[in-house]
Design a protein around this ligand. Sequence first.
Ligand code: SF4
Length: 226
Amino acid sequence: MNTDFYYSQNSLGIYEYCPKKFEYIYLKKLSGLKDSLEVQEKIEQGVKFHVLAERYFNGMDDYFYVNNQELEEWMKVLENNYLMDVECRSEYEIRQNNDDLKLLAKYDLILKDKDILKIIDFKTNEKVYKKEFIEKNIQTKVYMFLLGENIFKINPEIDLKNIVMEYFQLNFPEEKIVITYNKEKHEKVKKEIKNLINSIENSIKVGFEKRMGECKNCKFRSTCKK
Ligand code: SF4
């Protein structure tokens, strides 16, 4: 891989979905078919929410200029569930390049609640997520692992049990998903991420396989047919 490249939950997730798709995006730099207008609007709406949330946690609740019912509702839900005045970092990035792991993650919010560090991730999904699904998600693994690794380096005494990840679903505020962590999970995830990266590095040498199960919804279906 390019020496500037850091693996993220996004790129690892795409490799898990289909190795060929990873190759198209990250090696061949292809973009595939355009998203539908509806999908583009949803992505844009999510981006706008994250900008407003970042401003909120930096003490700016001046979103009077927002003229969009859904965004206003999400901000109300946010205000009702998270105090503005908390010890936190929003839109915070961690990168690491050691131990054969070149990884990065950008967190919506890391909040300190007494001795607990909470990773908060805001979701704008339209169907409710279940814990069993989200706990196995590569995002959960990368986010918790990277925070764990880096906190541990600063303070080797820290108990990894003090890291918690919370998925907050803006359309289902009562369905908060909380995932706990510990040293055993940390070691297991480390192995999984290393294996995934090794598998990618190996695919670069021997070729990327097509995982055909998900082609129907893939942006590269016409590229693959050629
Ligand atoms: S069309 Fe199918 S095989 Fe091709 S990249 Fe997409 S998911 Fe992979």
